[in-house]
Design a protein around this ligand. Structure first.
Ligand code: GAL
Length: 439
């Protein structure tokens, strides 16, 4: 099937726009395990189908590995017959993993389950016939009674659900070093990008040579997406993917210029630098700000840093009231060697206990609506509230808004801009990418 028709049947951008609102009525503060009593094992055998279950992710290092280990621990408890085989490939945002996965899938050598993103990214696998529906698992987990219906819509193509969501991350967050902001006497979050740039000048004047940290290309794409969101507003930003907003209009040009200006306050990054390099600069007092998804919370926790005393956060200036959304979700590949074991894994990642254990370790919030917020740290409780009440935007860098091929062209354009800082050239390349891929 043609990509465009899949995209229309998914209705990604439109669905994302209503995502948080839809979940708002269903989030509860009840028993953390409330959902688990309704879950029925999709596997035929108690204790699991048995055998090895190869799980492919990019959660290979540091705080992300701790998140995967939390899932692994729960898997062992709930499915003692099964043997978890960790197939993780290092590199944030799947920067290395996705190429390895594509080769394995093309060679008919799939893992038993792999990490994908809710939204446009899933279409790549569906259109190639590489993953199969998992409606029975979603049903056994409690279906629309426990997952926001609009999130399920992002996983649904032609009436079939193609993956099980494990979590929801927010991408438009600035992480701050408390001491450096105090040094520059900055007390309040800036209201827009221009005010943020003024604060960066204050930091420079106070002797902070690197106000902002960045890492390799995909982190730059994420920074750019948040500046687009700030300058366009949520509706016009979402319109970039549904065709309603031109990529060569004055708003995108303004955002690209802002983005270039922000980079002038940042360190010099290498293409291959992974996200912890930039986040650690804030942790270690070498930079005041880093824009990163809220997997950064797990990094602060791992380094024993305290919110308020050592670090804090605010939405990227100009995006307060918008939740830039992405959701990890796990698939059942066609030809998986152990489909029964894979379904056990899917039951685990979609179950209430698995989601609690994983999200506590990962910095994200549960995709389920029946996991109690009380046991989560302050940041995640705030994220749960924002997800319920904010407008929702779809992340470019993390598979929600654009296909992998479109993202690849955006990444090439952003990488080129990093070298030459040609704003008109970036607008032209982004426009060409949209014309090529938006269908
Ligand atoms: C995202 C993924 C997150 C986190 C991040 C950094 O694509 O959804 O869970 O892993 O990459 O690696």
């Amino acid at each position: 099937m043609h990509r465009r028709s899949l995209f229309i049947s998914l209705g990604a951008a439109a669905v994302v726009a209503g995502l948080g609102a839809c979940s708002s009525g269903t989030q509860t503060t009840g028993d953390p395990g409330a959902g688990s009593s309704q879950e029925q094992n999709a596997s035929s055998k108690p204790g699991g189908a048995g055998g090895e279950v190869g799980v492919f992710t990019w959660w290979a290092d540091g705080s992300e590995k701790l998140g995967l280990e939390a899932l692994q621990g729960e898997f062992k408890t709930q499915f003692p017959n099964d043997t978890f085989v960790n197939l993780a490939v290092a590199g944030g945002a799947g920067s290395n993993a996705k190429a390895k996965l594509a080769a394995d899938l093309a060679n008919n050598n799939p893992p038993d389950s792999f990490q994908g993103h809710a939204g446009a990214e899933l279409l790549d696998y569906i259109s190639k016939g590489q993953i199969v529906p998992v409606d029975d698992v979603i049903e056994a987990l409690g279906g629309a009674g426990v997952f926001p219906e609009s999130l399920l819509s992002l996983l649904t193509v032609k009436d079939s659900i193609y993956s099980v969501p494990s979590n929801i991350h927010r991408a438009n967050v600035v992480w701050t070093n408390t001491q450096l902001l105090e040094k520059a006497e900055i007390t309040d979050p800036p209201g827009d990008i221009d005010a943020w740039i003024s604060d960066m000048d204050k930091l420079r004047n106070a002797g902070v040579s690197t106000p902002l940290s960045v890492s390799g290309s995909w982190t730059q794409v994420q920074l750019l997406e948040t500046v687009l969101l700030a300058d366009l507003g949520t509706d016009a930003y979402n319109g970039l993917f549904s065709g309603g907003t031109p990529w060569d209009g004055p708003e995108v040009t303004k955002a690209v210029e802002h983005y270039g200006k922000l980079l002038s306050y940042a360190n010099k990054a290498s293409d291959g630098d992974d996200w912890p390099v930039a986040t650690d600069m804030v942790i270690d007092g070498k930079a005041a700000y880093n824009v990163m998804g809220d997997w950064a919370v797990a990094q602060f926790a791992d380094k024993k840093k305290e919110q308020g005393k050592d670090w804090d956060w605010f939405p990227v200036p100009g995006t307060d009231g918008t939740f830039d959304f992405l959701a990890d979700s796990f698939t059942l590949p066609k030809g998986a060697k152990n489909p029964g074991g894979a379904k056990d894994w899917l039951m685990l990642v979609g179950g209430a206990e698995g989601q609690k254990a994983f999200n506590l370790a990962k910095g994200s919030i549960p995709a389920r609506t029946d996991v109690a917020p009380d046991e989560f740290p302050d940041y995640q409780q705030k994220a749960m509230e924002s997800f319920k009440s904010d407008q929702i935007a779809s992340s470019i860098a993390h598979g929600a808004a654009v296909s992998q091929a479109w993202l690849s062209d955006i990444t090439t354009a952003v990488s080129k801009f990093y070298g030459g800082k040609d704003a008109a050239g970036l607008v032209k390349d982004l426009t060409a990418a949209a014309e090529k891929h938006a269908g």
